[in-house]
Ligand binder design. Structure first.
Ligand code: PBG
Length: 326
């Protein structure tokens, strides 16, 4: 056989393959999400997220130090609010002495270099488990945006490097940016969850924070999973309103959207490899049906290949260890 081009030449040995690799993961690609609870010395394994924990602040600080030592440079904070602090205004969300605010400053004190991002949405604080304020059975946009601005400002005051609004209300990026400017927080970034879909894959996360919606679903604010052009519209509007980073979420079922958004914007794009995606790999590995380590690296590489500059993932620590071994 005479062949002009033999593509297998570039796949012949591990050394050659590494020379021509197009996509290489590094620890600074990752954002490690952290679930924080009140109390002391608490480490609760989330049942639907094996080997992932919700910790009190003391254990969280230890974890952040470990992450930093591994080369992970960014954490994304979520807190679990006790039921008695939940209401329909979400006001605990901007309590200067709240768990989130205390966590931000404690983490920045312990590991000043760590980039601290914070979840901005009312669901952990909402008696209805919705991301916004409820009136007559509806999630009302404009009053929610006002609350989100207060929440963001309180995070900025506590020392957050980036606020990360995950609520999908209209106009919140512009309003938060304006609030930050007015209060002189000119160094606080915004990572916008721009294309966030109404997904069944959030289930384990809602277990982790006990934040499942009390009525209905989130389809009046999160996106319909059949839509593509709308994701680009959301991302472009968020960039215009002042987002420094835009996000696509979930990850794996939305790789096409990730690429589409990456090609459309001139800011870094992040992706969220969410709780249900974590649970699927864990469950299949537990059954002995897939190789967990390989599934982790292949999955995370697919995000970077699809255009992600940053990957929020519960596998951040595992991935760094696997990369060190490779
Ligand atoms: C809520 C929020 C959710 C996640 C991050 N922020 C869940 C939701 O929208 O119900 C999901 C993260 C995950 O599933 O890993 N504002």
């Amino acid at each position: 056989m005479y062949l002009q081009r033999r593509n297998r030449i570039l796949r012949a040995t591990p050394a050659i393959r590494s020379l021509v690799a197009e996509t290489i993961l590094t620890p600074s690609d990752f954002i490690a999400p952290l679930f924080i609870d009140e109390g002391e010395n608490i480490q609760f394994e989330i049942p639907s997220m094996p080997n992932y924990y919700r910790r009190s602040l003391d254990g969280t600080i230890k974890e952040v130090k470990e992450l930093w030592a591994l080369g992970i440079k960014c954490v994304l904070l979520f807190i679990k609010a006790p039921d008695e602090l939940k209401d329909n205004t979400g006001k605990e969300a901007w309590n200067p002495a709240g768990l989130m605010q205390r966590s931000i400053s404690a983490i920045k004190d312990a590991v000043p270099g760590m980039v601290v991002m914070t979840d901005v949405a009312l669901d952990p604080y909402s008696s209805y488990g919705h991301d916004g304020i409820v009136a007559d059975g509806e999630i009302v946009n404009d009053p929610t945006v006002e609350a989100l601005v207060k929440m963001s400002l309180s995070h900025a005051k506590a020392g957050a490097d980036f606020v990360a609004p995950s609520d999908m209300m209209d106009g919140r990026i512009g309003a938060i940016r304006e609030g930050l400017e007015q209060q002189g927080f000119t160094k606080t970034g915004i990572m916008a969850y721009s294309a966030k879909y109404a997904s069944c894959f959030y289930g384990p996360f809602r277990d982790a924070l006990d934040s499942a919606p009390g009525f209905g679903d989130k389809k009046t604010y999160q996106m319909d999973f059949g839509n593509r052009i709308e994701a680009v519209k959301e991302a472009l509007m968020d960039v215009e309103e002042g987002a420094d980073i835009v996000m696509v979420k979930p990850g794996l079922p939305y790789l096409d959207i990730l690429r589409e958004v990456k090609d459309a914007v001139d800011v870094p794009v992040s992706v969220y490899n969410i709780s249900g995606e974590y649970a699927m790999i864990k469950a299949a590995a537990k059954m002995g049906w897939i190789n967990e380590d390989k599934a982790i690296i292949e999955t995370l590489t697919s995000f970077k290949r699809a255009g992600a500059d940053l990957i929020a993932t519960y596998f951040a620590k595992d991935a760094v260890r696997l990369l060190q071994k490779a």
